[in-house]
Ligand binder design. Sequence first.
Ligand SMILES: Nc1ncnc2c1ncn2[C@@H]1O[C@H](COP(=O)(O)OP(=O)(O)OP(=O)(O)O)[C@@H](O)[C@H]1O
Ligand SMILES: [Mg+2]
Length: 583
Amino acid sequence: MTTDNTITKSSSAEYFSKNLQQVGFSSFTKATLTTVKEAIDNSLDACEDHGVLPDIRVEVDRLGLGTAKGADLIRVRVQDNGPGLTLEDAVKVFGQYLASSKFGRGRCSRGQQGIGISAVTTWSQLTHGTGATVITRTKGMKNAVQCEICVDIKKNVGILKTKQIVDWDQLSGVSCEFIMDARVQLNGDGGIITYLQGTALVNPHLNLRYKLLDAEEVFIERVSDTVPLIPERTSPHPHTMKLGEFLAHSHLFGKTNTKKWLKEGFSRISDTVIKELIEKGMPESVFNKTLSSVSEDQLKQIYAGLQDVKLMAPPTKSVMAIGEADLAKCIQRLGEIDFFAVETRKPTICDYKPIQVEVAIARRREKSEDDRDSPVQILRFANRVPLQFDKSACAMTKAVETVNWRPYGLTQPKKSLPQGPYIIAISLVSPFIKFKNASKETVDASDELVEEIRHALQKCGHKLSAHLNREIKEADMERKIQHLEQFAPILVDGLCRITRSNEKRKERAMAGLEKILGKDSREAEKEFIHAQEKSEDATKLMAENMGVSHEELLEQMHGNGENDNERDMPEQLELIVNTGSGK
Ligand SMILES: Nc1ncnc2c1ncn2[C@@H]1O[C@H](COP(=O)(O)OP(=O)(O)OP(=O)(O)O)[C@@H](O)[C@H]1O
Ligand SMILES: [Mg+2]
């Protein structure tokens, strides 16, 4: 490892320990949520990478007062059934920043930066003096190991404080525990339950158990047995990179030949593109040198040249959507829903990045008076992770606000969210989601992306309005029928009197009317009674032939006379049957 690298690593641990607010530790309540979130996101990524159906258990307890004013002492424990980590890897993962960074890996993973869980260890360490307590076991380990891991903030290396072999009833997995100054917020935008339910919504293959404070344990069962297929990775497109990123990318490949780096490290740079750069004045020799011997000025020139070249858009095969069928199943996990529509767009390119948008609109069955005037609930997801903060600046919120929802049947004050008992869930998947901040809370609202989300919302809006129109028509029809039911007999009676029709004629007119109103249920009742009588005759005959009493035979057939027919028979019919049979 070069000295430069050591310096970079050291400063990253120090930098983040001083700037934990940038990675989700800006308040005590956020500290608990970030801890739960980072651990679960990692567990889900690890399970997905290894084709395991995730079983995750979360526990949050309040142990007492924290050390800082206004803080509680909170313990968070997250356990998974993933591949587990070797002891050596666990020390790096929990104790070192950027240890196994997925940065620039080009996959739709939840983790992108390689700082999440080390930041949690740092917070525990700074506020409670303990780091992460980890139990880990891989399939190759004979026993599970429990260890305490801290971050060496000066050197950015993990410190293994203690380790011991422990009994664990799992063949593989990781359980991590953190004790820290924090506070617990369960519901609302920044709530833990909101995060957990959101996670369940977009991860149909997840079995999730959670026990929060003194509440009963909750179990959310998976609705799909398919582990999402991890799509191929894709390389960054040169038009999506800022100059600094381009230069940083070059440092990762120092010894590589420049031409090879450009062709293999990026999307859509071909020999023809390089030829074009040479024709535009870039010396050919530069492309045959190793990257470390190319000057920064020349790299800047290559970067500028690339921005002027027309390049194909990157491929879209690297994105991984949830799918309409699974999203539809997951919607039921939101609680009592009486209508939903889902829309999965085709993968597309926005701002030179492959992206896929999915939208679901659901209407809650339980509606209160306030619902009508309250904004709809928006659930935002990026690579299947719920986003809970800073929603106003997010591309997804912008898209909802700028759709005109009134033609679709919702009320909407000017330039704001529509209103009603609805949940609008928007999910973006992309190997290169552009977040506005390091704590991955808001997606940058570029025009192209907002437009793509709007298209998905509008498609769902069409489905919603079709449903609402049907409901309005049905309600209208029902009202008319009720009117007719109320006044038609009076009308028939009056008409019969005027025309001096006899009783028989009147009865026929009444019957015809009932038929028109779809009230021929009396016919069905009569047929049902007839069938009952026939079946009674048949069982009586059967009992006679068998030499048992009718009651004995019925008991044998249905058990205690509480047969399903009797139990399910509507009260009205039961009355008719009973009086009809003379009992
Ligand atoms: N429970 C786990 N099981 C297996 N591997 C894990 C687990 N938790 C973390 N890892 C590994 O440790 C790596 C580092 O995790 P970390 O959270 O620090 O970064 P990340 O997930 O890559 O990115 P981000 O900073 O965006 O969270 C992960 O990429 C993963 O390979
Ligand atoms: Mg992570």
